[in-house]
Design a protein around this ligand. Structure first.
Ligand SMILES: *Cc1c(COP(=O)(O)O)cnc(C)c1O
Length: 391
């Protein structure tokens, strides 16, 4: 018995509960519309918020890098895997985030799952983590527990709940404390009170680790959560980000003080034991940040589209929570209903997949608005959603 049958019956079980996931691949670039199985669809499922993944300047920069550096990194960053482009991007990201230094990882997932256990490898450290934090943070916390001989403990606080966080911090007597939160939550689009959390961290001498994956390019004029909340990026704040969402490339990073970045270079396993990002991804991200800096109107347009979506959803009677970021969940009672809604959208030429447990507790169709959408696109979405949810 090798268990193969049990894997099979597990899949059957998922299927009968409307929880089986499958992969759908595009035949076109990421963008306002995408082609799936030969069908052109209006795309409301992308984290490419500014449309930079297929932007001319970004694609050209990636192509030009191939002539200069070739493709593969060929080694980890600590050997010969990095190029002068890696160093340039790190300097750029640090300046963009207002920190002394930054360090690239191969993905946002690798950044969280590598940096969190590294940062908690000091003796007597406690992590305070929002209950709705992304899987890569949760895995980082799990690895933190698994990989230290010391006693790292993780305390989960209720989503965005400052009072609960205060209670946990005040009851903790550990020497080192790290509070980990997203700024814009990936599945709800909700902003937490980052300023309140920051002040609490100061009060209790904790480091603040902010996952800005969905904040970069969307809030704070594109600079992210700290800028949005008017928080100075001092040395007690660690900003994590990804190149894979609004920057339209692939990769992750940590921007922080020189001490923290140098510490991660020496201790983060996902950085040390993995081949460096290809320079084409690095050059694409560099071009994307430059494009963003020179085209502030892109972020403005994104935010206008978000406001417009809120107004149109209200006008057409689509029930959503307060919308303040490009991520708009439309919630459903059960996975079957969410799947059916997503299917109806597809039949009407709209791509917006259902997100189901265990990724989220309550099933939803997760809509993402981008700067590429037109007013007509958003109105068509609102109208179609209202017909579907009313049924
Ligand atoms: C997407 C995401 C990540 C992972 O980033 P990748 O670059 O896609 O690996 C980390 N944190 C949050 C909150 C995310 O939404």
């Amino acid at each position: 018995m090798n268990g193969l049958k049990d894997y099979g019956s597990f899949l059957e079980h998922l299927k009968s509960g409307d929880l089986l996931r499958t992969i759908r691949d595009r035949e076109s670039p990421q963008g306002r519309t995408v082609s799936l199985n030969g069908q052109d669809l209006l795309n409301f499922s992308s984290n490419d918020y500014l449309g930079l993944a297929a932007n001319d300047a970004v694609v050209k920069a990636a192509a030009a890098s191939l002539t200069k550096y070739g493709f593969g990194g060929g080694a980890s960053r600590l050997l010969s895997g990095g190029t002068s482009a890696h160093a340039m991007l790190e300097a750029k990201l640090a300046a963009f985030k207002g920190t002394e230094k930054s360090i690239l990882f191969n993905s946002g997932y690798a950044a969280n799952s590598g940096a969190i256990p590294a940062l908690t490898s000091l003796d007597d450290t406690a992590i305070f983590s929002d209950e709705l934090n992304h899987a890569s943070i949760i895995d980082g916390c799990k690895l933190a527990k698994a990989s230290t001989s010391t006693s790292t403990s993780t305390h989960v606080y209720e989503h965005g709940d400052i009072d609960h966080l205060r209670k946990l911090l005040s009851h903790s007597s550990t020497a080192h404390k790290i509070v980990v939160t997203e700024s814009v939550f990936s599945m709800d689009g909700r902003l937490v009170n980052l300023r309140g959390i920051y002040e609490l961290c100061r009060e209790y001498g904790a480091l603040l680790y902010v996952d800005d994956a969905h904040a970069l390019g969307t809030i704070g004029g594109g600079h992210g959560g700290l800028r949005h909340f008017g928080i100075e990026p001092d040395e007690d704040v660690i900003q994590m980000g990804t190149l894979s969402k609004a920057l339209g490339s692939v990769g992750g990073f940590i921007a922080a003080s020189k001490t923290i970045v140098d510490f991660l270079v020496n201790t983060s396993r996902s950085l040390i034991f993995s081949t460096a990002l290809p320079s084409s991804a690095v050059c694409a991200a560099l071009a994307a940040i430059e494009y963003l800096e020179n085209h502030g109107e892109l972020v403005t347009r994104l935010n206008e589209n978000v406001t417009m979506a809120g107004n149109l959803f209200k006008r057409y009677g689509v029930t959503i929570n307060n919308i303040c970021t490009p991520i708009v969940p439309v919630l459903f009672e059960d996975s079957g209903a969410a799947l059916a809604a997503s299917k109806s959208l597809l039949d009407n030429g709209i791509y917006a997949p259902a997100i189901r447990p265990p990724t989220v507790k309550q099933p939803r169709v997760r809509i993402t608005i981008t700067a590429l959408h037109t007013a007509e696109d958003i109105e068509y979405l609102a109208k179609t959603l209202s017909e579907i949810t009313r049924r």
